[in-house]
Ligand binder design. Structure first.
Ligand SMILES: *Cc1c(COP(=O)(O)O)cnc(C)c1O
Length: 377
């Protein structure tokens, strides 16, 4: 059994995928081929955003957006303490200071009360200027954008939605990548919409910002093209082969998101009485990058994962450490203004089960049964 079965997915789309790959190779326009812009247009329609600017990966997408906003030294950017490293890494990379905020125990997403407390504390200290917040749509579920936007408005913060895990999710019919002032996503193979390598995209509604982002992604190019350089930029592009692959994946994407929602419902039906299963608040729709249960203790979590491994069922711990516990953030630990008891507890108790659109009913049942057996005293 696979944790996320990319081989099975390929077998489902094999003929279309092979044709798309052969076509891209035959055309030999490996960088900035027509598939790239047409994919961006497709994603603009899909997400409801005016502009999609593709780039090399989800981390670059975050970095380049912060660069476009002029975020740098002396600035505070608020980041959930429970997320993948890149959400905080991009802030430090710009020379700004990540301020880690606690998360909600039910949704695993940024806690609006903790955010409010953190912004107020940073302002009161007067050492850093609060500039932005990067809410994460963790495990496929959009964050609480109503609450976040209210705080952002009050304190003049920009909101950058990190939808690396969230593509395909929704809140009240609004699609992920459509929240906040701008959004980013990742096409890393294991994300809800993955390519066959690295890839990413930035979303904004601002024409000026879009033009700046397109320049930053290609060596700070000016009106005269890539040999006319008007600023220091990056070399961050989605290549034509990945765009061709993503076109084929987009054809089946809605069906896949529906399928993972069925898998999640089935897991929850079978497991809700024995373990804490994920909670999707009313009005929200997840794209289920992960299906994550919470155990009572670290010992119980670790022994269950060991038991499942013996049964041939792979599991993962997303995430073992809070952001502030990472050695790379040693230098910003003193600057932290709120504690993260919920994030700390989650790191000790979460366990993600195999999750992908092609998981079969018999596999779901076998996994659920093994979880139940593994939890017997
Ligand atoms: C995967 C991920 C990223 C980074 O994306 P890459 O394409 O791997 O660079 C950023 N944020 C979150 C929350 C992620 O899960």
């Amino acid at each position: 059994m696979e944790f996320r079965d990319l081989k099975k997915q390929y077998s489902v789309v094999k003929s279309q995928m092979d044709a798309a790959l052969a076509n891209a190779v035959t055309e030999a326009r490996f960088i900035s081929g027509p598939q790239v812009r047409s994919l961006e247009e497709r994603m603009e329609k899909y997400t409801g955003r005016k502009h999609c600017i593709s780039c090399a990966n989800g981390t670059d997408a975050l970095v380049i957006m912060l660069k476009a906003w002029g975020i740098g030294s002396g600035d505070a950017v608020f980041v959930p303490d429970f997320t993948f490293f890149a959400t905080g890494e991009c802030v430090s990379m710009m020379g700004a200071t990540p301020i880690f905020v606690d998360v909600c125990k039910d949704t695993f997403n940024i806690d609006v009360n903790s955010l409010k407390e953190a912004v107020t504390a940073v302002k009161k200290q007067g050492k850093l200027s609060p500039k932005a917040v990067i809410p994460v749509d963790l495990f496929g579920l959009p964050a609480d954008y109503d609450g976040i936007m209210e705080i952002a408005k009050e304190h003049g913060l920009r909101v950058l939605e990190d939808a690396a895990q969230g593509f395909g999710g929704m809140m009240n019919d609004k699609k992920a990548c459509g929240f906040g002032n701008a959004a980013t996503t990742s096409f890393f193979p294991a994300k809800p919409l993955g390519c066959y390598g690295d890839g990413g995209a930035i979303f904004t509604d601002s024409d000026d910002e879009a033009a700046l982002l397109r320049s930053l992604c290609v060596h700070g190019k000016g009106a005269g093209g890539k040999y006319d350089n008007v600023r220091i930029g990056y070399n961050s592009r989605l290549d034509t082969l990945q765009a061709a692959i993503l076109h084929v994946k987009m054809d089946v994407f809605d069906a896949e998101v529906k399928a993972v929602n069925n898998v999640a419902s089935e897991y929850t039906r079978l497991l809700k009485d024995v373990v804490k299963t994920p909670i999707i608040p009313a009005g929200y729709y997840s794209s289920w990058a992960q299906y994550t249960i919470c155990l009572d203790s670290e010992e119980q979590r670790d022994s269950l994962s060991e038991y499942l491994k013996e049964k041939g069922i792979p599991t993962m711990v997303y995430y073992m450490k809070t952001m502030r516990e990472q050695a790379a953030f040693d230098n910003v630990r003193d600057m932290q203004v709120v504690s993260s008891p919920v994030a700390e507890k989650l790191c000790r108790t979460v366990l993600s089960l195999p999750m992908h659109p092609y998981l079969e009913e018999s596999e779901i049942k076998a996994i659920a049964n093994a979880v139940k057996e593994g939890l017997l005293p």
